[in-house]
Design a protein around this ligand. Structure first.
Ligand code: ATP
Ligand code: SF4
Ligand code: MG
Length: 403
């Protein structure tokens, strides 16, 4: 029952140390305007994310469009430079590495892009797309490399002969399999899967999800699995992080989070999932959120969710919630769970809510410690000046991801 930034207790099923440790990760994009193109604000896309990913684990990352999921994933593998915070791969802070060192480490940290159409270079054959990084890292050359590519194609359920074809000759599902084969080529142990199935037909989604699960088992992979579709996350993830306006509102084991969501935002997200059990339909009430998602350029004071929260009370519009561990491995950023505000919460008459979120007896000790080591605010726009649209840039990002 303690608040901690060292989330050593958050993973309930695994032994051993985390493979990836993210501490206070921030990514702010400068907003420029006027003739002089001056910086007039910052898009706080990711603003203090702390998270662990354990070996062979899948952590789902969910939240509304624009809440910062992709940016968090990209920053975690240094496809985008962070503004602040730390990301450790095993014991190595990847933000301390030189470009050359990062390129070597890139073998272990890969990225699968949302849109298989735009993430594969249309001018390259499949063999080149997959084989380029193998060659670059000196893993294999010539016929050995060709054999490796063919093996990989076979492993992801494609015919080895497809190696000579170009991306436009494939269906969406097949293209995503090529993207997966490319991510696997360097034998990584951590892969960020950014909405890997959302661009695919429903019938193909299950095949690709099953493939990812098989590969995880076979190659002992860890995934950060970013998705809109909560039922997919429920199926594939061991733990789930719910993101709102650049921060993680709730983090916990998948079954607990889905059975008993704590944060009012998680409750509203989950209440929108249709229940397959017809008997439950009548009792399940949907929490409809008021208003739009606020701008990440000027996020609300206090709790970022307070402008839409049906449970808001006294401190919510002025005091930023601490991250509290309400039980082993369950973290939530909400005053309802902070003993400092227990009296005010109990007086706030929250019983009228469809899902009264107020929980009792879940004390918290300390506030979250200071954020990580970087202090690069303002200088990281150089790398990102040309990536206003993630999808458009997926091809060049992919080169980075591979090399
Ligand atoms: N290169 C960039 N320059 C400026 N702002 C950016 C850039 N990339 C992302 N953003 C902004 O950062 C915020 C988070 O974007 P991000 O793409 O990470 O969200 P997301 O949760 O992945 O959304 P979606 O579910 O739609 O993919 C958004 O407000 C977005 O407009
Ligand atoms: S801190 Fe307040 S506004 Fe934020 S989620 Fe909790 S109850 Fe709602
Ligand atoms: Mg995204």
């Amino acid at each position: 029952m303690v608040e901690t930034t060292e989330e050593t207790t958050q993973h309930t099923d695994s032994d051993g140390d985390p493979l990836i440790r993210v501490r206070g990760l921030k990514k702010h994009f400068p907003v420029k305007s006027g003739i002089l193109n001056r910086v007039t604000g910052q898009v706080q896309a990711v603003d203090g994310v702390t998270l662990d990913v354990y070996p062979n684990e899948t952590v789902g990352l969910v939240g509304e469009s624009g809440c910062g999921k992709t940016t968090a994933g990209r920053t975690m593998v240094r496809l985008t430079d962070a503004t602040d915070g730390e990301v450790f791969y095993k014991d190595q802070n990847i933000f301390d590495l030189s470009k050359e060192e990062m390129r070597k480490l890139r073998r272990n940290m890969q990225f699968i892009f949302q849109d298989p159409q735009s993430s594969l270079n249309p001018r390259m054959t499949v063999e080149r797309i997959i084989g380029e990084a193998i060659e670059f890292h000196g893993i294999a050359h010539g016929s050995e490399r060709r054999d490796m590519v063919r093996d990989l194609l076979e492993r992801v359920g494609l015919q080895p002969d497809y190696a000579t074809r170009y991306p436009h000759e494939f269906s969406g599902g097949q293209r995503q399999r090529i993207g997966i084969a490319r991510a696997l080529a360097l034998n990584p142990d951590f892969i960020v899967c950014d909405e890997p199935v959302s661009a695919l037909d429903v019938s193909v989604q299950a095949q690709v999800i099953n493939l990812l699960e098989d590969l995880q088992e076979e190659f002992n992979l860890s995934f950060l699995f970013i998705a809109h579709d909560l039922s997919v996350v429920k199926h594939i993830a061991d733990r789930v992080a719910v993101m709102y306006l650049g921060r993680i509102a709730e983090l916990g084991p998948t079954d607990k989070l889905f059975d008993d969501p704590l944060h009012p935002y998680t409750q509203s997200l989950l209440s929108a999932i249709p229940d397959p059990d017809p008997r439950k339909k009548k009792t399940k009430e949907r929490v409809v959120l008021e208003g739009d998602v606020p701008s990440p350029i000027e996020p609300p004071d206090g709790c970022r969710f307070h402008t839409r929260c049906p449970a808001r009370f006294g401190p919510c519009d002025s005091v930023e919630p601490r991250r509290v561990e309400v039980e082993d491995g369950r973290f939530v950023r909400c005053h309802l769970f902070d003993p400092e505000f227990a009296d005010e919460a109990s007086e706030a008459n929250l019983e009228d809510l469809p899902n009264p979120p107020c929980q009792s007896g879940r004390p918290v000790d300390e506030p979250e410690a200071a954020d990580g080591a970087l202090d690069r605010t303002g200088d990281d726009d150089l790398d990102d000046a040309d990536i206003d649209d993630t999808d458009i840039d997926d091809v060049s990002d992919e080169d980075d991801a591979q090399h």
